[in-house]
Design a protein around this ligand. Structure first.
Ligand code: NAD
Ligand code: TDX
Length: 309
């Protein structure tokens, strides 16, 4: 199979490109605009692989996208503006890349006999929940601009399956963590700041809950859905490893060997979702289960950021 990986120079995308090259015989075309969040360094080792090609470009460039999509069997679409705080500062690039960029890829897919279009999405599209967990059939209720654009992209992708027969599958995963995540995100931000003896700005009272999935586990889930998922279906991906942000922060401080005094409670994120949680029976029936506990994943992540892995 020849697979186009959009956003493959970012955090999850680069982990997925390495997964494809290390664990499959696939040919891989990585397509990425190299925004502040993407880097060729994330593809170290992959760039020299003869089964891999890197194309620098924007998913909103319709002519380039049409050429690239026509030349592959599958598209795995990670490219997105991904940081909630930035979307609160200004939603325009989120609407443009996440919604219209996805539309451009889907229109290109309409013109081909693509075998698969995998839309990579997030638990945030369901909105927050105090108890219980979201199933794939639950209505979407995004509560921040980033999540709203991801929900729009999901709806568009699924509508192209129903309207034009584009073979779309969607994965919605919980928070990922692991190597090569941008240090704007909670875990790498707090690891690098704690290691430097800097304060850790915890939003609100630190009681917000996220479900943490190690990135390698999500990459295996994406790959399974790509190959075994049913067109038109959505698959949640979550480890079940729920932690409050304060628990995550204390685990990081312990792993780095830094003082708890570095915790600084700061003004809350506007519209801060209290808790996300997913039901994952559907992907587990396909044969997926997480391999990493939160603690195992955190140990590997701390090693990555301290240069020992
Ligand atoms: P990231 O910000 O680390 O990487 C995004 C990549 O997309 C970057 O390499 C960037 O250069 C590229 N990109 C941005 N705009 C582009 C454009 N217009 N054209 C081409 N490339 C462009 O993001 P991530 O955390 O790796 O997330 C990847 C995907 O997974 C996103 O779709 C995100 O919504 C989804 N997701 C992320 C998480 C998470 O916890 N990180 C959880 C669930 C879902
Ligand atoms: O400095 C911080 N202090 C803090 O308390 C940062 C950056 C975050 N937080 C809190 C906010 C969240 O409750 O930590 C939690 C995690 O924050 P982020 O790392 O920004 O992730 P989140 O907002 O949960 O979104 C992430 O998971 C879902 C990804 O960025 C999204 O792309 C993904 O869809």
């Amino acid at each position: 199979m020849r697979t186009l990986v959009t956003g493959g120079a970012g955090f999850i995308g680069s982990n997925y490109v390495h997964h494809l090259l290390d664990r499959t015989d696939d040919e891989v075309v990585t397509f990425d605009a190299l925004t502040y969040a993407g880097s060729r360094d994330n593809l170290a080792g992959a760039l020299a692989d003869e089964r891999h090609e890197f194309v620098e470009g924007d998913v909103r460039d319709e002519d380039l996208v049409a050429d690239l999509v026509a030349d592959v069997d599958a598209v795995v679409h990670f490219a997105a503006e991904s940081h909630v705080d930035r979307s609160i500062d200004g939603a325009a690039p989120f609407v443009s890349t996440n919604v219209d960029g996805t539309r451009a890829l889907l229109d290109a897919a309409r013109e081909t006999d693509l075998e698969r279009f995998l839309q990579v999405s997030t638990d945030e599209v369901y909105g927050q929940t105090v108890d219980g967990a979201f199933a794939e059939t639950d209505p979407l209720d995004p509560r921040n601009p980033y999540a709203a654009t991801k929900a729009g992209a999901d709806h568009l992708a699924l509508s192209y399956e129903r309207t034009y027969g584009v073979p779309v599958v969607v994965t919605r995963s919980s928070n990922n963590f692991g190597p090569r995540q941008h240090p704007e995100k909670l875990i790498p931000k707090f690891i690098t700041r704690a290691a430097a003896g800097q304060s850790l700005p915890l939003y609100g009272d630190g009681s917000n809950v996220r479900e943490w999935t190690y990135v390698a586990d999500n990459c295996r889930a994406v790959d399974l859905v790509l190959r075994e998922g049913v067109a038109g279906e959505v698959y949640n991906v979550g480890s079940g490893e729920e932690r409050t942000n304060l628990e995550v922060t204390e685990a990081i401080l312990d792993a780095v060997g830094a003082s708890r005094d570095l915790v600084e409670f700061v003004e809350d994120r506007p519209g801060h979702d209290q808790r996300y949680a997913l039901e994952t029976e559907k992907i587990r029936e396909l044969g997926w289960a997480p391999e990493y506990t939160f603690e195992d994943g955190l140990e590997r992540t701390v090693e990555h950021y301290s240069g020992t892995r």
